[in-house]
Design a protein around this ligand. Structure first.
Ligand code: GLY
Length: 582
């Protein structure tokens, strides 16, 4: 006969164990990530290159070792990434550069794509005013006028010291001679085979219906020819001549809008960076048309009012503070930010101490702000996001932070027939309809509406931090809407939590962006007490699968008090990423 008392105890114990199991698993996961020691930083006595691909970082290192400066290396790395990292490295997209010279002079270069001259506000709406699904994301109509080649040419013209053709030569060699596919590269090419087939009426090199295998060698002869034309003719090798004709023909064939007039009109813009202080450091970041610098200034200035170190890294109080600041910064982003060449963007007011203090004053320490009445955007789309960041410091102490993108992985998925490069799908970064969420779940209004020749709002946040006049950190990341919050957390990791470069990069991350009203979490971010603390404050938590690989992936160089360059590539989330110094 069974003992009823023992049976009852067993049932109760079993129930308790079942109820506790998720908490135990969460806490174990948190410890796993929290206590796993980050490997040592990559050491460089005088120079460091960090990029999304080891082959590109090696090329940058070689340029610096041959006496080139940070700008030379950046040009060479960018073109190399356009070959070995085609999901984001590009000549058919655009980006932003923030630089600081050894003497302290600094600036920013905007080589963001532009809407074609034939673009118009409602171009992605049907006759009833509804968004045409996918039109701003896939295919020829999604393409903005590329800025990458003009941007590199402008950077080289102003600061380069080596011959332009020599900087492109390694990329030409890689494209012509081929390179071996890593597991990640093979996976990425295979994931998009259906799109490559559906959106191209020719057979681009990347199309291989039976799939790419790790170790396959892949060659890009048409891309090598295009890069050779750019090597020989500078920006004209892209915006004029055969490359331009092939690009315009591709547009004509697929119903795209870009014409020779668009290519002729494209010009990058040197802009004054957003500069502000954070706990005795000076932060230099990207101004509009990126929202990165403005939002980062609001977040860090807001955080300065708190004793972040005492809160504890990724504690409930720490994440609550970040999320509440982010809620307000992203709401401002949606309302105020756009292309300053087209709309009035009140940058000075948005980043002023007085405004940030007032804006963030209503944050309650124990209660999340109630957003129940505000409509939610969508985040968890099928479409993947991809951008790429390069951080470089040269032996003289010049620093370059460049973030470039095609927007989605492989952009529009359209390869220019005969020219062999992918075109961006950056038009989706416009607010294609007021309060319609883009692929990152970001909202916008008329400030960021489509207009001919206008640049779409970005989140890219290439950033440089100094202390007492000395270079301290060069940082940036891919990841769409999470770019800003990842840079925010990395700066706090270094400044407030005294983390090494690789610790700061590897640390688990959280993200929130006002809409949707969620705290999006990378696996292992929360301990059980943090989770309970956030839920008590009313937050809705969401374990975001997309954090794996794609988001929160930072490339950084930290400069020690001894002047050594400490590189940290995010090879945990990124796999092929690599820091190389000497
Ligand atoms: N395409 C992503 C961004 O510019 O923010």
């Amino acid at each position: 006969m069974e003992n009823p008392q023992r049976t009852a105890i067993a049932i109760i114990l079993g129930t308790v164990l079942v109820l506790l199991a998720p908490f135990v698993a969460l806490q174990l996961d948190h410890w796993r990530y929290h206590w796993r020691l980050a490997p040592p930083d990559t050491h460089g006595d005088t120079a460091m290159v960090v990029s999304a691909h080891g082959l590109a970082s090696e090329i940058g290192r070689d340029v610096l070792a041959a006496g080139g400066n940070a700008f030379d290396a950046a040009v060479a790395v960018n073109f190399a990434l356009a070959v070995v990292y085609q999901q984001a490295g590009n000549i058919g997209g655009g980006g932003f550069m923030v630089y600081r010279l050894a003497d302290g002079a600094n600036g920013a270069l905007d080589f963001r794509e532009k809407a074609p001259l034939a673009a118009h506000r409602d171009m992605y709406l049907d006759a009833d005013g509804n968004v045409i699904k996918g039109a701003s994301l896939r295919g020829h109509l999604a393409v903005g006028v590329p800025g990458a080649v003009a941007g590199m040419a402008a950077a080289h013209e102003k600061f380069g010291s080596m011959a332009w053709a020599d900087l492109l030569a390694p990329a030409v060699d890689l494209a012509r001679g081929g390179f071996v596919l890593s597991p990640k590269a093979a996976k990425m090419f295979n994931r998009y085979q259906k799109d490559f087939a559906a959106l191209n009426d020719h057979t681009p090199v990347v199309l291989k219906p039976d799939g790419w295998r790790v170790g396959d060698k892949i060659r890009f002869p048409a891309l090598a020819d295009t890069l050779t034309r750019i090597a020989e003719n500078g920006r004209d090798g892209f915006y004029k001549g055969l490359t331009a004709r092939l690009l315009v023909a591709e547009m004509d064939a697929g119903g795209g809008l870009i014409t020779q007039a668009d290519l002729d009109a494209y010009a990058p813009v040197w802009r004054a960076p957003v500069r502000f202080s954070y706990r005795g450091h000076e932060v230099i970041s990207m101004p509009p048309p990126s929202s990165g610098g403005v939002a980062l200034a609001q977040l860090l200035k807001g955080a300065e009012a708190y004793d972040v170190r005492r809160m504890g890294h990724n504690s409930a109080a720490h994440i609550h503070m970040m999320v509440e600041l982010e809620r307000r910064a992203y709401a401002d982003r949606a309302s105020y930010l756009g292309d300053p060449d087209f709309v009035d963007v009140p940058v000075d007011r948005l980043v002023s101490d007085a405004y940030v203090k007032t804006r963030m004053a209503a944050i309650e320490p124990w209660q999340k702000t109630d957003s129940r009445d505000i409509r939610e955007g969508r985040v968890d789309r099928v479409e993947s996001v991809e951008t790429t960041h390069i951080s470089i410091v040269d032996p003289a102490g010049n620093a370059v932070a460049i973030t470039t993108t095609l927007n989605g992985n492989f952009g529009s998925k359209v390869v220019v027939r005969g020219a062999g490069f992918f075109l961006n799908n950056e038009m989706d970064d416009f607010a294609i309809k007021p309060d319609h969420a883009n692929q990152f779940g970001l909202l916008g209004n008329a400030q960021n509406a489509v207009a001919p020749g206008k640049r779409m709002l970005s989140s890219m946040t290439p950033t440089i931090v100094t202390k007492d006049g000395d270079l301290r950190l060069v940082v940036g990341t891919p990841g769409g809407a999470t770019i800003i919050t990842s840079v925010f957390q990395t700066i706090m990791n270094v400044v407030d939590f005294d983390m090494r470069a690789q610790q700061g990069v590897n640390a688990r991350k959280a993200h929130s962006q006002w809409q949707p009203d969620l705290v999006m979490l990378e696996r292992g971010t929360l301990s059980v007490p943090s989770m309970i603390g956030l839920m008590r404050r009313g937050h809705r938590l969401y374990a975001w699968p997309r954090f794996k690989y794609e988001l929160g992936r930072v490339e950084a160089v930290l400069i020690g008090d001894d002047g050594a360059r400490r590189g940290a590539a995010d090879y945990v989330r990124g796999k092929d990423d690599r820091a190389i110094g000497f």
